[in-house]
Design a protein around this ligand. Structure first.
Ligand SMILES: Cc1cc2nc3c(=O)[nH]c(=O)nc-3n(C[C@H](O)[C@H](O)[C@H](O)COP(=O)(O)OP(=O)(O)OC[C@H]3O[C@@H](n4cnc5c(N)ncnc54)[C@H](O)[C@@H]3O)c2cc1C
Length: 627
């Protein structure tokens, strides 16, 4: 028997699921092979999606026609818009999810996706044709000895390649708790010439909430008016939310944790991989902030119908007895029972500078890498890469142009450009500070930025496009109204007085009021009848109203960022030929020549972002290319 596919995806984590769904939804015959079909898109760590900058990525995945936003909305048990008190560019949606439901909804989605076949097995070898000028992947071989042939392969093996877990001095092979590690693929890729490295991450203890009296902890509720990720109107926001709780460590807890330092795999050199700076373990925090008397922790439910709670902020690989003894000293945790201790995991990754912007490897044709194997961390970063790799695997096979998002179009564009241009020296997670065009890349306008692109590549459904068109026209309608509608001083004076805003001396437009810091559109609606009536007449919803407020309030900043982006885009338009010999340009520094030869940027814009390539080097390249 011979099995032939257009695209084979290896790994059913967040990257693999999104890659497989995207490829199949584009009509490509797709196969998704994963080690355990009961664990699609399993949340190895925190049962939450989104957060600062990550929430923007999920909105972008949704706008393009991906699945993560929809599945998150359908499994949300608590929703919060983070950073609401800051500027609109910083607003970031975050959802606490029912972990089991999230995974089972993914399975349902995959099982109902036409053109997608599912197979449970472990891939331990890629089939690579090395006869031609460049090696070319042609399929995969599995542990069960089955061969699947495919025109493209997307590798999304997450933390499983050479996975090694640590609790105290105890180490065990595994891709994460309860799963085997995967071997063979790294070794083969290294033999083909790939560079591989080791990274590390960790996760906290899981608590049996029956052993705690939750009532005694400070509650953290979801938003009163929860929003959602998906732009699809048919996907609703969460109706019934559950609380999380705030918990604090103490000097006694810290003293107990310190008794385990002598057996810490992190401090005793057992762990060699580099860990995520922004998700440190509790023992790391004690070392770095030795004077701090307490650390805040979040007790978060893993689902609506489970007693399992996640203790956010207490990631640890100290001996499990030390973890439990320390927990028992937290107020309210005296009788704590745990389901499993925290642990650390080391795994193989491939430095992402070995990839093109399409996520195809430079070394082996038609082989794509996505997710944690590229040195990133986080479900959202993985899912975004999966979508990009899945789409490109299909497009290349059809002879279509590459699907690449630019840095001013999407956080996804920033993510991939950072990976392939700058590489990683620690697990990469997205932050708003990584994006130079933050005010353009907001969560509220992800559909306006990307749904037309999703439509062009064929991933955005008819329903999505219709929702988008309707929202766009309502935004324009309301924006026009706000720019045209006059307000007389006497119509608004009471409200202005109540918010300490300067009185009007003559008739002004609504938009002039809205740009004032202390004036908010929902207050204006309540205090200015023509606006209220207009919104009621056209049945304009909250999302549209918020978007108009942001666009009017920040119009100056938005225009400025657009102008800068347009200016810099000119550098992106200057292409560098694929086989250009950087070593021949002797007037640029040796370091720049080496870096340029290694990364092989495709535009001057990309070259300018490579660490070690200076503006002077770029000027020389510009002269070389006649600019
Ligand atoms: C212990 C732990 C702690 C973590 N802590 C954090 C954290 O604090 N913050 C954070 O942002 N992220 C954390 N993560 C990372 C987060 O889980 C990943 O970023 C995310 O899951 C990556 O998605 P992925 O699709 O790349 O890989 P994964 O979700 O790991 O999925 C990989 C999939 O590939 C399958 N697979 C692997 N090898 C093969 C093979 N050879 N053949 C077939 N199938 C295969 C596996 O079965 C699995 O389904 C943690 C992960 C672990 C394990």
């Amino acid at each position: 028997m011979r099995f032939d596919y257009d695209v084979i995806v290896v790994g059913g984590g967040h990257a693999g699921c999104e890659a497989a769904a995207a490829a199949a939804n584009l009509g490509a015959e797709t196969l998704l092979i994963t080690m355990d079909m009961t664990k699609y898109a399993s949340m190895s760590c925190n049962p939450a999606v989104g957060g600062v900058a990550k929430g923007q990525i999920v909105r972008e995945i949704d706008a393009l026609g991906g699945q993560m936003g929809i599945i998150t909305d359908r499994s949300t048990i608590q929703f919060r818009m983070l950073n609401r008190s800051k500027g609109a560019a910083m607003w970031s949606p975050r959802a606490q999810c029912d972990k089991a439901l999230f995974s089972s909804l993914w399975r349902k989605t995959l099982e109902n996706t036409p053109h997608l076949k599912l197979w449970q097995d472990t891939v331990n070898q890629l089939i690579v044709d090395t006869e031609g000028e460049q090696p070319k992947v042609c399929g995969v071989r599995t542990q069960l000895g089955v061969e699947f042939w495919g025109r493209a392969v997307v590798l999304t093996a997450g933390t499983f390649l050479g996975g090694l877990m640590h609790v105290g001095r105890n180490s065990a092979e595994g891709g994460r708790a309860g799963d085997s590690a995967s071997h063979g693929v790294t070794e083969q890729l290294v033999a083909l010439g790939f560079e591989a490295g080791r990274m590390k991450t960790g996760t906290p203890v899981r608590i049996d909430a029956r052993s705690l009296n939750l009532e005694q902890f400070e509650r953290q509720e979801g938003d009163e008016q929860p929003s959602k990720f998906s732009f699809l109107e048919s996907v609703g926001a969460v109706e019934k939310q559950v609380p999380c709780y705030l918990v604090y460590t103490s000097p006694e807890v810290h003293d107990t944790l310190r008794t385990g330092f002598a057996d810490s795999p992190l401090f005793q050199g057992l762990i060699k991989g580099i860990g995520p700076r922004y998700c440190p373990s509790i023992e790391d925090k004690l070392r770095t902030f030795a004077d701090k008397e307490f650390h805040q922790l979040f007790l978060e439910p893993e689902g609506a119908d489970t007693n399992e709670y996640y203790l956010n902020g207490f990631s640890s690989s100290l001996p499990w007895q030390v973890q439990v003894a320390a927990l028992q000293q937290i107020e309210g945790f005296e009788n704590v029972d745990i389901y499993r201790p925290g642990y650390a995991i080391e795994y193989d990754y491939f430095p992402p500078t070995q990839l093109k912007h399409t996520l195809e490897t430079k070394l082996v044709e038609n082989l794509y890498f996505a997710g944690q194997v590229n040195g990133t961390t986080g479900y959202e970063e993985a899912a975004a890469q999966g979508l990009v790799a899945g789409v490109n695997a299909v497009r290349k096979g059809r002879g279509e142009s590459p699907f690449v998002l630019s840095r001013d179009e999407a956080y996804i564009g920033v993510l991939i450009d950072d990976l392939v241009t700058k590489g990683v020296d620690e697990p990469y997670r997205m932050f708003t500070s990584r994006a130079e065009y933050r005010i353009l890349l907001r969560q509220d306008n992800a559909d306006l930025r990307l749904t037309p692109i999703g439509q062009k590549i064929g991933l955005a459904s008819a329903e999505r496009v219709a929702n988008f068109e309707q929202k766009k026209s309502l935004v324009e309608l309301l924006k026009n109204f706000v720019h045209k509608q006059g307000v007389a001083p006497c119509e608004i004076s009471d409200y202005l007085k109540s918010v300490n805003s300067a009185q009007l001396t003559q008739k002004r437009k609504l938009s002039d009021l809205l740009i004032r810091n202390e004036i908010f559109i929902f207050d204006l609606i309540e205090n200015f009848a023509p606006l209220k009536n207009f919104i009621a007449k056209h049945n304009i919803g909250r999302e549209v109203i918020e978007q108009v407020e942001i666009e009017v309030k920040y119009s100056g900043y938005i225009e400025r960022e657009k102008a800068i982006a347009d200016k810099l885009k000119r550098l992106e338009e200057i292409k560098i030929p694929a086989n250009f010999d950087f070593q021949a340009i002797t007037s640029i520094t040796i370091e720049a020549r080496q870096k340029l030869s290694r990364i092989r940027p495709i535009t001057i814009g990309q070259a300018s972002r490579i660490p070690g390539v200076s503006p002077a080097d770029i000027n020389i390249l510009l002269i070389h290319f006649g600019r």
